[in-house]
Design a protein around this ligand. Structure first.
Ligand code: FAD
Length: 327
């Protein structure tokens, strides 16, 4: 495209009251994270009529402090990247409904109806499920307050920001052990805190940690403390002796697992043992006309660039499906 080319395209708009009646969209995208937004751009460039149903635009990226692994940006904040994503998607005439999907059904003529928590019913020829994952929480004081200011949910993403600092990793499974290993390599002083008795992480990982991190088995993190917008310590309890003590730390990595936002899809498409939507390599789910992309799927590795790529694939797969249907 020449440098001075300007696209003359209407921008996105909110769905007016009752506007959805008697309308069949080519595509309904559920979720406004990297997967959903990328799918929207690809679908609009294929001239499909698209509605995006999502309570927010940006998804988990909105909660990310800094990103160093999304190509094209050596460093960008989560707020900036999600702003860029939504600006690009909103250049196109996408209809937006700022609500959550609560029920899906298939009706005659291979149409799908999505009911939202605002009581709207959206009919579409295809669906892209891109509802992502949410981090399992400790649900303790300080966790929400310092999220992005020392409380970290993604070690792969944020560990480098803690180089050489004392950190606590919460969790006893493979992701916690891997996070601890990443942090040791960054010369962090690591304390690994496991709530349950016994470590669930693979022995090979635990062996690599022996003598290099402080292992606190059967301990509970009661509170994350801080001052001036940053984490300074945690309050811990030994669950056997009930003894409480303080630990100074600059970061708390919460690695106790992720929950896919797929409750709504149970019984509608096949889910795997981790409750992720099972997809094939073309993002097809178990139901024809329904595609899924990003963190809510069985695709390994949960990263922005992967979610965006899968979103692009899903939109193109849906486009091919519709083209085939129309003929
Ligand atoms: C703190 C943190 C730091 C991270 N750092 C990095 C990093 O540095 N680099 C990196 O590559 N990755 C990072 N990640 C991971 C990355 O953010 C995710 O892999 C990526 O956002 C997944 O995109 P997604 O679109 O699949 O899902 P999400 O971003 O989870 O978006 C899901 C969307 O679906 C919406 N939704 C949920 N339920 C419904 C429903 N029922 N109906 C309609 N909409 C719904 C949500 O509101 C949201 O808009 C980080 C994650 C976190 C939490």
């Amino acid at each position: 495209m020449p440098m001075d080319f300007k696209m003359d395209i209407p921008s996105s708009s909110a769905l007016n009251e009752g506007e959805e009646k008697d309308v069949v969209f080519d595509m309904a995208i559920l979720g406004g994270g990297p997967a959903g937004l990328t799918a929207a751009v690809y679908a609009m460039r294929k001239q499909m009529s698209v509605i995006m149903i999502s309570p927010d635009l940006g998804g988990q990226v909105l909660k990310t402090s800094g990103i160093e692994n999304y190509m094209g940006f050596q460093y960008i904040t989560g707020a900036e990247l999600s702003q860029k994503f939504s600006e690009q998607a909103q250049l196109f005439s996408i209809k937006r409904l700022q609500e959550s999907a609560i029920h899906l059904k298939q009706i005659e003529n291979n149409r799908f109806v999505t009911r939202t928590d605002g009581g709207r019913e959206i009919t579409s020829r295809t669906l892209i499920l891109a509802t992502g994952k949410r981090w399992r929480k400790l649900n303790i004081p300080g966790e929400e307050l310092y999220l992005g200011h020392g409380v970290v949910n993604c070690a792969v993403c944020d560990a480098p920001f803690f180089k050489g600092l004392p950190v606590v990793v919460a969790g006893g499974g493979n992701s916690a052990a891997s996070a601890a290993l990443d942090l040791i390599r960054l010369n962090c002083k690591v304390t690994l805190v496991n709530y349950s008795p016994g470590w669930q992480a693979d022995p090979v990982l635990m062996k690599q940690l022996q003598g290099r991190v402080e292992l606190l088995d059967q301990h509970q993190i009661l509170e994350i403390q801080g001052e001036h917008d940053r984490v300074t310590g945690v309050k811990l309890m030994d669950r056997e002796s009930k003894r409480e003590h303080q630990l100074e730390t600059s970061g708390v990595f919460i690695e106790i697992g992720l929950i896919p936002n797929t409750e709504v899809f149970k019984g509608f498409v096949a889910l795997n043992e981790y409750l992720e939507i099972s997809v094939d390599c073309a993002t097809r789910t178990s139901r024809r006309g329904v595609f899924a992309a990003g963190d809510c799927t069985s695709v390994p590795e949960k990263q922005i660039i992967i979610a965006a790529g899968e979103g692009a694939k899903a939109a193109l797969a849906a486009y091919h499906y519709i083209t085939f249907q129309k003929h």
